[in-house]
Design a protein around this ligand. Structure first.
Ligand SMILES: [Zn+2]
Length: 497
């Protein structure tokens, strides 16, 4: 046999195998190509049909669930299938092009859902966390994180972030390689209704902005009987701590909370609250009315802002209460008197002398307030008095504070201070047996008992201010007349008993 015989035998064999009914050697090549084509198309047709069924199942399965997945093997299968369709596609094939496109885009859609994912993080800052390290912990490059930090800085100081603060971050990740693709948005809400946002736009640029919800102003009334401390009783009535603190401040100029308040005394208050649209308390507002009934004496005060913008509390007749010197100029209102004014045996000198002030025992570091508006006359070491401050309030009155641990920032001779401003902190410097405030009131050059000072009434309202104030009081009483009436009724009931 020569090479030609072998060649023809082989051709015959192939022809017989593929198309046994077409034995004609002359047309063999052409026919065989056709047969092969047909055979291939058969495979493609079957695969195409299967693919359609598969795609249909997927589309049904995914109708309500975009998280359906395709395994990596199925992806490979699809790619092989698609390339086989493309390679065999010519004029003789009948598959419409858009069908293939549809299948392709369907696969792409499924693939997209599968390989990337949007994640919403809520990260609570721990102590020592910084804005940048939160981002780098998510997989961001330091440089990119720093750029976002700079952008955020335009609207919010990232240094103000505190442990416990929650940062909401939206990221896109590659789920196959478990890799961060992008940080899409960052939201910081330091207080309800106030947000700082950095967001990525289509051009991959980060832009910072702030959002503020409109707040709702709510006016609340509350009243109650005192049992235990005033602040605990008020908190039990649902009054926020900050409002309780302000309430006490309003009265602290005329009342000694430790000595004057007894069980069964009453409080009344009208105060403002600022709420978000969904009712979260953002901040407390002003106290419009505050009253204390101590045994039979009722002190009722109304807030008034005069034409110059000065805010103060006045009784119904427009008399200022505030300007009376503070009897206990301390942040710690339950401080007890450890040594009263007058004659006593000195604990260190061991002899009878006159104690020219009142001693309030209080924890070291307790803030000491200016007892009234005035000018610091001296703030320095003063022998047995230790660290000592003297304030001149007016031509009549001065006050002195001794044994301070230290002075508050900026407090020195010549500085003007406001009533209630922190001037220093309780300590035990100089001749002292323990942490306390030694407090003196000087009237016309003579030291007097701070608890007996009635004096120094502030500026009462006059003229136009008085008229405006009275109108305002009438308005408030009209708005809350049912509440006021109910309180009056309760009072009568108690009186009749
Ligand atoms: Zn003393």
């Amino acid at each position: 046999m020569n090479w030609s015989d072998i060649y023809h035998n082989l051709k015959k064999k192939i022809a017989a195998k593929c198309c046994p009914k077409l034995p004609l050697p002359k047309k063999l090549n052409k026919l065989h190509r056709y047969a092969r084509m047909k055979h291939k198309n058969k495979i493609v047709t079957t695969v195409y049909a299967l693919l359609l069924v598969f795609a249909f199942i997927l589309s049904v399965a995914n109708h309500n669930n975009v998280n359906a997945s395709v395994s990596p093997q199925e992806n490979v299968d699809y790619l092989l299938l698609e390339s086989s369709i493309n390679n065999n596609y010519d004029e003789t094939t009948v598959y419409p092009e858009d069908s293939v496109e549809n299948i392709r885009s369907l696969f792409e859609m499924i693939n997209y859902q599968e390989t990337t994912k949007t994640i919403e993080h809520e990260i609570e800052l721990s102590k020592g966390d910084t804005f940048i390290n939160v981002l780098t912990d998510l997989g961001m490059e330091y440089k990119a994180a720093y750029d976002i930090y700079l952008e955020l800085k335009k609207v919010y100081k990232p240094e103000n972030l505190k442990a416990g603060q929650i940062i909401k971050i939206t990221t896109t990740v590659d789920t196959v390689h478990d890799k961060l693709l992008s940080v899409d948005s960052i939201t910081i809400e330091p207080q309800p209704g106030k947000r700082f946002i950095v967001e990525r736009d289509e051009n991959n640029t980060y832009l910072a902005r702030k959002e503020k919800d409109d707040l709702i102003l709510e006016v609340k009334t509350a009243e109650g009987m005192i049992d235990g401390t005033l602040s605990a009783s008020m908190k039990r009535a649902g009054i926020p701590g900050k409002v309780v603190g302000n309430f006490i401040n309003i009265f602290s100029y005329s009342i000694d909370f430790r000595r004057d308040i007894k069980k069964g005394d009453k409080f009344e208050i009208i105060f403002e609250k600022h709420l978000t649209q969904d009712g979260k308390l953002v901040k407390t507002g002003n106290i419009l009315y505050a009253s204390l009934t101590l045994r039979k004496d009722k002190i009722a005060l109304y807030r008034y802002k005069d034409k110059s913008g000065l805010v103060d509390y006045y009784d119904e007749k427009g008399y200022a209460m505030k300007k009376t010197l503070h009897r206990k100029p301390l942040a710690f209102q339950s401080a007890r008197i450890s040594s009263p004014f007058g004659k006593r045996r000195h604990p260190i000198k061991k002899q009878i002398i006159i104690h020219w002030g009142v001693d309030y025992a209080a924890p070291r570091g307790t803030a000491i307030y200016a007892a009234g508006d005035g000018v610091i006359q001296s703030a320095k070491w003063n022998g047995g008095y230790g660290n000592y401050i003297k304030i001149r309030h007016n031509s009549e009155y001065s006050t002195a504070y001794a044994h301070m641990q230290r002075f508050a920032k900026g407090i020195r001779a010549g500085v003007r201070v406001k009533q209630g401003q922190v001037i220093g902190y309780v300590g035990s410097t100089g001749l002292s047996t323990g942490p306390h405030l030694h407090y003196e009131v000087v009237k016309n050059g003579r030291r007097v008992n701070p608890l007996k000072v009635k004096a120094a009434a502030g500026e009462n309202l006059k003229g136009q201010n008085l008229r405006r104030f009275k109108n305002q009081v009438a308005e408030l009483r009209k708005t809350y007349n049912t509440w006021f009436a109910q309180i009056e009724k309760q009072k009568e009931k108690i009186a009749r008993k």
